[in-house]
Design a protein around this ligand. Structure first.
Ligand code: IVH
Length: 707
C-alpha cells in the first residue's frame, strides 16, 4: 500500500506514524542495507506527504520524525561533550612482521591465561580502517540524544544537529533498545559524493576539498546543519562505549566494567562480531560486506592482502585494516596500553597521498594531440613508488585547484592509476608565489612541433593541430600501432620508436614495414638477434585482421571494439575509406562523433597515402567478413582458468576471428565454456546449466587451428 492510499482512510496520527515508518524503512534499505526499495521520486512523494500532514498538524511533530533531520538552527559554536567511556586510538602496524608480533603477544597472553589451548590459534574479527572521522552516538531509551566527535578522546565537540542529517544514522533504534547505548563508528564521504561536491563547489567558486576525509570533516564541522544536510555523509558503526540497562530479554551472560569508568555494563553478546551483529539488529549500519572472522596470523595477513586488492574498487577511502580479538573476555584479559587497546591493531596500507614541491608545469602531447599539463615534482614516495611527474589534467583543473609553480602540493597515487596533483597546501605557499601572478596558461604553440594549439569551444582539452606532422603524436601513434591489441609487433618499444622517429627513419606506420635487420641492429640496445626477431614480428604483422589495422591507425574515438565492428560491417579497407558519414552511422554502436572522426581521418590526403604505402609494403588485412561465416558466428564463448599454451588474448583473437564473441559470464545462452587449469565458479555454472565444456585442444579442434 502506498502512503497516499493509507493516508486517506486513516486519522492524522495514524497516517503520520505510517508515513514515518515507511520513510525510515526506505532510508534503512537505501543507506544501511544498500538495497533501495523505491525510486527517489516515490521517496520524495512520501516525504512531501509527511511534510504536508505535519504542517497541517504541528502538534504531531516529534524530534524523531524524518522531516526533523534538518530542523535545527545554525549554532554560534559547538558545545563540548565528555565521553562516558573514552574514545581510544589504535596501535599501528606497517609490516607483516609487526602483525606477527601482535599475534604472538596476544596468543601467548591468552594461552597463559588459560583462554586458549597450547595449540589453539586466536580468533580475530577483521574490519576495514575507514578513512573518515570517529564519532560517538548516544542513544537513550532508543532515541538519538547526542553525537560527539572524538576530540582528544576524553572530550569532543557536540555535533548532534549535524549528525542527525545523516540518513544512515537512525534517529530511533529498532526493537528492544537498552536504556543507554553509545555507538562508536566512522563518518565518511563516498568518493562519488566527494567528486560531485567538488564539482558544485568549483561551479560556485567555493572551496575545493583535497580528499573525501577533509570534505567529511569540513561538512561535519559546519555550524549550519542545513549545509551538512546537503553533503551526503555516511556512517558505519564498528564499536561501542557505554551500554547500560538492557531489556531483560536481551540479557547476556557477559559482564564487563566499561574501560576507564566506574560504569558496569552487561553486554548482550560475548564476541566483537556478535556485538556488531546486535548493533545491526538495532538498525545501525555495519560494514557487513567486508567485515570478516579469521584465525591466527595467517588469517590476518590473508585479509590484509585481499583488501589490498579490493581497495581501489571500494566506493570510499580506507587507509588500512583493523584486527580485533573477537572474544570479549579475551579482550578484557589483554587490556590497554597507554591510550590504545592491546587487543586491536591497525594495519596500514602505503599512503596514497604525500606532499612535495611543484618544481614546474610542462605540457605533454598525447597520441591524438591532446595537450596535458604535467607537474614536475621533487621526487616523493607515494602509493609504494617514487613519483616525479603527475598529471594536472587540463587548464581548467589547474585554475580550479589554483596550483602554482613553487607550491607545496598534495600528490595522489591510488592503485595503478596515474599519479595526480590533488591541490596546493595553501598554508605552505611561499609569499613570492602568493604575491606573483603565477597563474599558468597553456602555450599557444606545440612545444614539440610548433603547430598551433587549439581548444574547441566547450571542450576541456586543448590539442596540437600538427597531426602526424608532430613528432610527439607520431611516436605515440607508432607505439599504439605496435601494441598487443593492434598489430602486436613485439620488440618495437618506446625507446626504439623514439630513435626511429628522431633520426627521421620512420615518418609513418608504413615505414616500419621497410625496416631491415641490418639497419635495426645499429640502434641503441639492439643486437643482431633482437633485430632479426623484430623483423620477424613485423613480417607477421603484415596480415592483421582488418579491425586490428583500423584500430592501429589511431583514429580518435575508434577503440578496439569499434574498429572491429566497423571492419565487420564494411569488410574491406577501401569500403571504409570511401564510406560517407551516413554509411558509417549504419554500423551498430557507431554514433555521430565516431562517424565524423573516421570520415575526417580518411578525408586527409596524407592518411590515405599511409594506407597506400602499407599496401606497397605488403600489408594486407584479412577481411573480418570471413568471420561472419566462421564456425563461431553468433556464438558466445566464456574463458575460465589457465590454458597450457594459449594466453587469454590468443584464445580471444581466434574466437573473434571465427565470428564468435567472448563474454565474462556463463548463462544458458553461452555456446561453450573453455576451461583451463584452476577454472572456478564459471566451470561449475557451466556444468550446472549443461553448457558444453572444452579444453584448449577442444577449442583448437573446433577452430581448425594448428597454432
Ligand atoms: S576501532 C578501541 N575500527 O581509526 C579502538 N577504528 O586509529 C577504537 N577507524 O579513531 C577504534 N575504521 O577513527 C576502529 N573499523 C575500525 C575503524 C577505526 C577507522 C579509525 C577511528 C579511530 C582510528 C584509530
Amino acid at each position: 500500500m502506498t502512503g497516499s492510499k493509507a493516508a486517506s482512510s486513516l486519522s492524522p496520527q495514524e497516517a503520520v506514524a505510517r508515513l514515518r515508518g515507511e520513510i525510515e524503512q526506505h532510508n534503512y534499505r537505501y543507506y544501511v542495507q544498500d538495497d533501495p526499495s523505491v525510486s527517489d521520486a516515490e521517496y520524495d512523494t512520501l516525504m512531501r506527504e509527511l511534510i504536508a500532514l505535519e504542517t497541517a498538524h504541528p502538534e504531531l511533530v516529534t524530534a524523531e520524525s524524518p522531516t526533523q533531520r534538518v530542523g535545527a538552527a545554525p549554532l554560534a559554536a559547538f558545545g563540548s561533550v565528555t565521553h562516558a567511556v573514552p574514545m581510544l586510538s589504535l596501535g599501528n602496524a606497517f609490516e607483516a612482521e609487526d602483525v606477527l608480533d601482535f599475534d604472538k603477544r596476544v596468543t601467548d597472553t591468552l594461552r597463559s591465561a588459560g583462554l586458549l589451548g597450547p595449540e589453539d590459534e586466536t580468533d580475530y574479527f577483521c574490519e576495514l580502517k575507514l578513512d573518515g572521522l570517529a564519532i560517538s552516538l548516544r542513544y537513550e531509551k532508543g532515541l538519538l540524544v547526542q553525537a560527539a566527535t572524538r576530540g582528544d578522546g576524553q572530550t569532543g565537540e557536540d555535533v548532534t544537529s549535524n549528525i542527525r542529517t545523516i540518513r544512515s544514522v537512525p534517529l530511533k533504534l529498532k526493537g528492544a533498545a537498552p536504556d543507554v547505548l553509545e555507538v562508536r563508528g566512522e563518518v565518511l564521504m563516498f568518493r562519488a559524493d566527494f567528486d560531485r561536491l567538488n564539482q558544485a563547489q568549483g561551479e560556485r567558486g567555493e572551496k575545493i576539498f583535497v580528499n573525501p576525509r577533509n570534505a567529511a570533516a569540513g561538512s561535519l564541522r559546519q555550524l549550519d546543519p542545513r549545509i551538512t544536510a546537503q553533503r551526503s555523509l555516511r556512517f558505519f558503526a564498528y564499536s561501542w562505549g557505554e551500554v547500560h540497562g538492557l531489556p531483560r530479554s536481551q540479557h547476556g551472560e557477559y559482564e564487563e566494567p566499561a574501560p576507564g569508568t566506574r560504569q558496569t555494563s552487561t553486554l548482550p553478546r560475548d564476541t566483537h562480531g556478535g556485538m556488531l551483529a546486535w548493533l545491526g539488529e538495532l538498525g545501525l549500519p555495519i560494514n557487513v560486506k567486508h567485515n570478516k572472522h579469521v584465525r591466527g596470523a595467517a588469517g590476518l595477513l590473508g585479509f590484509y592482502e585481499d583488501v589490498g586488492k579490493l581497495r581501489a574498487s571500494l566506493p570510499y577511502d580506507i587507509d588500512g585494516v583493523v584486527y580485533k580479538v573477537d572474544a570479549l573476555p579475551a579482550q578484557k584479559v589483554l587490556g590497554f596500553v597507554a591510550r590504545a587497546p592491546r587487543f586491536a591493531l591497525a594495519h596500514k596500507f602505503p599512503a596514497e597521498e604525500a606532499t612535495t614541491e611543484l618544481l614546474d608545469i610542462e605540457v605533454q602531447v598525447g597520441r591524438t594531440g591532446a595537450i596535458t599539463p604535467v607537474a614536475r615534482l621533487k621526487p616523493v614516495f607515494v602509493g609504494g613508488v617514487t613519483v616525479t611527474n603527475a598529471t594536472l589534467h587540463n587548464e581548467g583543473e589547474i585554475r580550479r585547484k589554483d596550483v602554482r609553480k613553487g607550491d607545496t602540493v598534495i600528490v595522489r597515487r591510488a592503485g595503478d592509476v596515474i599519479p595526480e596533483v590533488v591541490g596546493p597546501v595553501l598554508a605552505k605557499r611561499p609569499p613570492e608565489v602568493a604575491a606573483g601572478d603565477n597563474a599558468w596558461t597553456y602555450p599557444t604553440s606545440c612545444p614539440v612541433c610548433g603547430s598551433a594549439i587549439e581548444r574547441p569551444e566547450g571542450e576541456a582539452i586543448a590539442r596540437c593541430t600538427g597531426g602526424l606532422f608532430c613528432a610527439a603524436q607520431r611516436k605515440q601513434t607508432l607505439q599504439h600501432a605496435a601494441g598487443r591489441k593492434a598489430l602486436d609487433i613485439e620488440g618495437l618499444g618506446e625507446k626504439l620508436v623514439e630513435q626511429l622517429v628522431d633520426k627521421g627513419r620512420v615518418k609513418s606506420l608504413a615505414d616500419i614495414f621497410g625496416l631491415t635487420a641490418d639497419e635495426l641492429a645499429e640502434y641503441d640496445r639492439m643486437g643482431a638477434k633482437s633485430a632479426e626477431n623484430l623483423v620477424a614480428a613485423i613480417d607477421k604483422a603484415r596480415q592483421p585482421t582488418l579491425g586490428r589495422l583500423l584500430f592501429a591507425l589511431g583514429i580518435r574515438h575508434v577503440g578496439e571494439s569499434t574498429a572491429r565492428d566497423v571492419a565487420r560491417h564494411f569488410g574491406d579497407m577501401d569500403a571504409i575509406m570511401n564510406a560517407s558519414e551516413e554509411q558509417l552511422l549504419a554500423v551498430t554502436d557507431v554514433g555521430p562523433a565516431v562517424a565524423a572522426s573516421i570520415h575526417r581521418f580518411f578525408a586527409e590526403h596524407h592518411n590515405r597515402e599511409i594506407i597506400e604505402a602499407l599496401r606497397k609494403h605488403g600489408v594486407h588485412p584479412v577481411a573480418e567478413a570471413a568471420a561472419r561465416g566462421g564456425v563461431l558466428a553468433g556464438k558466445t564463448v566464456v574463458l575460465t582458468g589457465t590454458m597450457p599454451n594459449w594466453t587469454r588474448d590468443d584464445a580471444t583473437r581466434h574466437i573473434l576471428a571465427a565470428g564468435g564473441k567472448v563474454s565474462g559470464s556463463v548463462s544458458r545462452k553461452t555456446a561453450y565454456v573453455v576451461a583451463g587449469e584452476d577454472a572456478g565458479s564459471k566451470l561449475a555454472k557451466a556444468q550446472e546449466l549443461g553448457v558444453p565444456i572444452l579444453d584448449e585442444d577442444g577449442l583448437k579442434a573446433l577452430l581448425g587451428s594448428d597454432e
